[in-house]
Design a protein around this ligand. Structure first.
Ligand code: NIG
Ligand code: FE
Length: 408
């Protein structure tokens, strides 16, 4: 075989541990969520972008031909982290608003006064497509350095045809998984939410459906109500998009029943979800995406993670990276919050931001596990015990990421 056609191989050897969610199911729920398979003194062999073999060093067979080697001594490997909920495409920042909130202004008050999401809409509309691409690239770079190898990113700071479609193109071109958040808010030029939805569904959806994989909506007091969300999501589903919802962030406004009725992939936030919502979600196939960095950043109650998991719901963890409610790109920090604030086990946190997050993105057959045949996306942690992922609060825990069998 000529050198040009030889498979690219990378052997990560002498790892202190390889840790991966156990089994092959997705999403993991109940006690299965907390099952982690740990191999000590281990190797991972990446072959042509996939995982070719994983096991104990003592069982490693001799490899003929060209193989790049990476010394894993003192490190542990986990699957590349999957961030299934980010708003990575925006221009400007909200640092002034953050400083005002630090002195007592509330997020909802700032939003109602034309700040909040709408101030980022103004900045994003003022950027050109190359500027949006640069912003997405910068944000994805931060995420990659924190161990995220698969990232979803939403539009939603354009809310006009040109900027929404430019956002989706920028997200795609930078390699993130695009979600059309065409109903993130009502822009100032629209008379009301219904008039805006008429426009978005008629003028933006046809092209957005070609660019995005899923649609999302902010179902909340001051944004869109359940009837409007049904209309928007029905049309998006008919156009071939998977469905997601922002729900129960500030008020329980019917997001969970609607998500279940429409067969959505996920309902995200859930800070105000009560017992009825917990049991309804647990009896469904809809995943609850928990965003504890957002609850922390806004000083809001944490979502009822323990109740959801104990009732049997599928849960995922994500950053919600955005300029207003969660300027945080780090899934390891989110895992620390899960372990300290959500009463989740470290094992549960790992599964929630790998295999279960991959399921939310329709990628659980290829992403989220270190097992033969999966994509060779790995994070090497700078610790011989993988649980430092959550233990090292805000620490520089990521030594290296490997994506598709390549370093960097
Ligand atoms: O998920 N809640 C709505 N959307 C975002 C916040 C966006 C923003 O504040 O810019 C969220 O928290
Ligand atoms: Fe969000």
């Amino acid at each position: 075989m000529s050198a040009a056609s030889a498979p690219h191989r990378l052997l990560v050897r002498d790892l202190a541990q390889v840790a991966t969610p156990a089994g092959t199911d997705a999403p993991l729920r109940g006690s299965a969520l907390g099952q982690t398979e740990v191999i000590e003194d281990a190797y991972v062999l990446c072959e042509d972008g996939r995982i070719g073999a994983v096991g104990r060093m003592r069982d490693l067979e001799r490899l003929d031909g060209d193989v790049d080697e990476l010394d894993g001594r003192g490190k542990s490997a986990i699957p590349g982290l999957v961030d299934c909920h980010t708003h990575a495409c925006f221009a400007g920042d909200r640092v002034d608003e953050f400083a005002m909130r630090a002195r007592g202004a509330s997020y909802e008050e700032l939003h109602a006064a034309g700040g909040g999401i709408l101030s980022t809409v103004r900045a994003t509309r003022a950027a050109d497509e190359e500027g949006l691409r640069e912003a997405v690239r910068r944000h994805l770079g931060w995420m990659r350095r924190s161990g995220s190898t698969t990232v979803e990113a939403k539009s939603g700071y354009g809310l006009d045809r040109e900027t929404e479609l430019a956002s989706l193109r920028a997200i795609r071109s930078e390699g993130a998984v695009p979600t059309w958040l065409g109903a993130h808010g009502v822009p100032p030029e629209s008379d009301d939410a219904d008039a805006y939805l008429d426009f978005a569904l008629a003028e933006v959806l046809p092209e957005a459906a070609r660019l995005a994989e899923a649609a999302d909506i902010f179902l909340e007091r001051g944004a869109f109500d359940a009837g409007q969300a049904r209309r928007y999501l029905d049309a998006c589903r008919d156009a071939g998009l998977a469905l997601r919802l922002h729900g129960d962030q500030f008020t329980e406004s019917g997001a969970i029943p609607l998500a279940i009725e429409l067969g959505a992939r996920s309902v995200d936030h859930l800070e105000t979800t009560g017992e009825g919502g917990v049991s309804a979600l647990a009896g469904s196939d809809v995943v609850g995406v928990l965003l504890p960095a957002s609850a922390l950043f806004l000083g809001r109650p944490m979502p009822p993670a323990r109740a959801l998991i104990d009732a049997g719901a599928g849960v995922a963890l994500a950053t919600d990276f955005n300029p207003g409610s969660a300027f945080c790109e780090s899934l390891p920090l989110v895992c620390s919050l899960a372990a300290t604030q959500l009463r989740m086990g470290v094992e549960e946190a790992l599964a929630a931001c790998t295999v279960n997050a991959a399921h939310v993105l329709g990628r659980a057959e290829r992403k989220g596990r270190i097992a033969v045949g999966y994509d060779a996306d790995l994070v090497l942690l700078d610790a011989s015990d993988w649980r430092y992922l959550a233990y090292h609060l805000g620490g520089e825990i990521v030594a290296e990421t490997i994506v598709g069998g390549h370093r960097g």
